[in-house]
Design a protein around this ligand. Structure first.
Ligand code: NDP
Length: 283
């Protein structure tokens, strides 16, 4: 079966071009969106993510402000910085790069961000807004997946959607967005029984597990749309998804590659959320 490649890299590039134009229009009115990124400690993966977020901001004309704090930063210092950024009019979005060191209370830190600047949409206020469908922001990865599906002209309404993974940043918000789009949603996790059978019933299968090539052809129905969220690092520095692309692409009607699928969309949605926050604050 010929499959459609859901190319997140291309769509993200198109979205960035549109966002650059929007940022120029804002600049004509003396407005510049700003994103503050806080990184605590020396996690190499976090450093790569923060650098790419700063590059993305520069590409579309968003100002970025980096706050690199040492590993042993005290919680009060971090909370104090967030308080200051909450008050700073140049800052529309605040992002704390996760994970943060273990001595810091992640939930407390996220709760300290002004919900109107919470461009990751992890604050319980925004989680609640998403639940009732009144959200200003949705978490970037699931929001990016919805954009990718929409752009490909894939209809969601009435479809059986199976989400494998129930994390707060991917699986759960993905479930809510699919529900709001009128899919019938099943959420699976590590205790799910008959996982293969459930996945095989999916018209849209979303894998957010964190296990390389876990989803093989046995999990996929002929003609299904398959979205691979996984980023699994290989010892040689490469990257694999949660889906065995080689096996599954012959069965799927549409599938995301890794890399070049969901990842670039996640990054694009952060920019989109930041511009949205800017419009909320300054327009
Ligand atoms: P988590 O580790 O927080 O969640 C993984 C989920 O998968 C859990 O709900 C877990 O179940 C479930 N799971 C684990 N093993 C199995 C199994 N054998 N069968 C069924 N379910 C299983 O990961 P995240 O949600 O944060 O991320 C998932 C993947 O997506 C990772 O590879 C991550 O790197 C990637 N990612 C990619 C992004 C992108 O932009 N492309 C952004 C964010 C994440 P349980 O709850 O029972 O433990």
């Amino acid at each position: 079966m010929a499959y459609k490649l859901l190319n997140g890299k291309d769509l993200a590039a198109r979205m960035k071009a549109e966002m650059s134009e929007e940022v120029k229009r804002l600049a004509d009115n003396g407005i510049t969106p700003g994103l503050a990124v806080i990184i605590v400690g020396n996690d190499p993966a976090s450093r790569i993510y923060v650098n790419s977020k700063k590059r993305d901001c520069a590409e579309v004309g968003i100002r970025s402000f980096e706050y690199a704090l040492p590993e042993d930063t005290k919680e009060e210092e971090l909370l104090g910085l967030i308080d200051a950024l909450n008050q700073d009019e140049a800052v529309d979005g605040i992002l704390v790069q996760l994970p943060i060191p273990g001595h810091l209370d992640e939930a407390k830190v996220i709760r300290r961000i002004d919900p109107s600047k919470d461009v990751d949409a992890f604050h319980p206020f925004n989680v609640g807004e998403l639940m009732i469908g009144k959200h200003a922001f949705a978490p970037c990865t699931p929001a990016g997946i919805m954009e990718l599906i929409k752009d490909a002209g894939i209809s969601v309404e009435g479809k059986n959607c199976v989400v494998v993974g129930r994390s707060n940043i991917v699986g759960k918000p993905m479930t809510m967005l699919m529900l709001h789009a009128n899919a019938t949603v099943t959420v699976c996790h590590s205790r799910t029984q008959n996982l293969k059978e459930i996945c095989k019933s999916a018209d849209i299968l979303i894998a957010a597990i964190g296990k390389s090539k876990f989803i093989t052809s046995e999990y996929v129905k002929e003609g299904a749309v398959v979205i691979d969220v996984g980023i699994n690092r290989t010892p040689d520095g490469g990257m694999t998804g949660d889906v065995d692309f080689e096996q599954v692409c012959d069965i799927a009607s549409a599938i995301t590659p890794v890399p070049g699928g969901v990842g670039p969309m996640t990054r694009a949605m952060l920019l989109k959320n930041t511009i949205k926050a800017c419009n909320m604050h300054k327009s």
